[in-house]
Unconditional design. Sequence first.
Length: 342
Amino acid sequence: MYLVTGGAGFFGEVLVSRLLNAGHKVTSLDLNLPQIKDENLRVVKGDIRDREAVCSALEDVEIVHHNVAQVPIAKDSKLFWSVNRDGTRVLLEELYKRKIKRLVYTSSSAVFGVPETNPVKASSRPNPKEEYGKAKLSGEAICMEYAQKGLSCSIIRPRTVLGMGRLGIFQILFEWIYQGYNIPVLGSGDNIYQFIHSDDLATACIAAGDLKKEGIFNIGTDRFGTMRQALENLIKHAGSATKVRSVPAKLAEMGMSFTSSIGLSPLGPYHSLMYGKSMYFDTDEAKIALGFKPKYSNDEMFAATYDWYCQNRSAIISGQIVGSKHQSAMKQKILRIVPYFL
């Protein structure tokens, strides 16, 4: 039996589906109910901070995939720490009591902040710059604490995740391209940026759990380029009239940070911190230990995610498709006026 915490979230549902399709029995622990219906899926509706719900979810479980997290667009630093750190501690305390030996923890590339050098290796020193990244790193520290007590633990650090069903801030990007609105990049847009498809990430997580590979693994595609290239190639794929426009980087970062801090923008501090910066992973350790070989390039995953958006746009815009923050349409707030200046 597998437990997937956050099993009703965007990535959680991908992981649950993959495990079910492989013939496994799965328990989902989430505040929301998953869309998936399967006789081999047991659903526990509850909070990761609720010890009683966690205990219920852990019944007969052998491998735990821990994905529950408050994500950057939540912009609630108290919840970052309460869920991402304290919830992780509750889970690991109960794992340890029950002598469940196998955990795969989905962390974040935000633990590195703005990297000093690229590519970022699994051994590179974490240096988070905002509360979300700090809280996720604290969750890693709890995993390492219990690894010293005998827990077999894999920490998976993914780059920015795309895939069919991924909305959140990407819904705004896709809608602008659909409408033919212009899109900004900071400076030249030549910062190198790597993404990962949710299905490739699920492959890595499942391999880490099943192969019992302990350690830290950076996960990203092996075919990527600049932010400008990713956007221009997506626009070409979409057949849109959208153009990519350069804006002054420092001024834009200040504006993004300020409007986010006063609630005028849906973006979080991590977005203003990283949109104009280069970040890409060295995934050699994952390739060697997990046999990891991504199927999707940056361009392929953008195209597939955008096509899904177009196919489901009416339901998304009308609010028929809702879920976690990464599964829902976002209010553009002040971003609504940005295309008029481009």
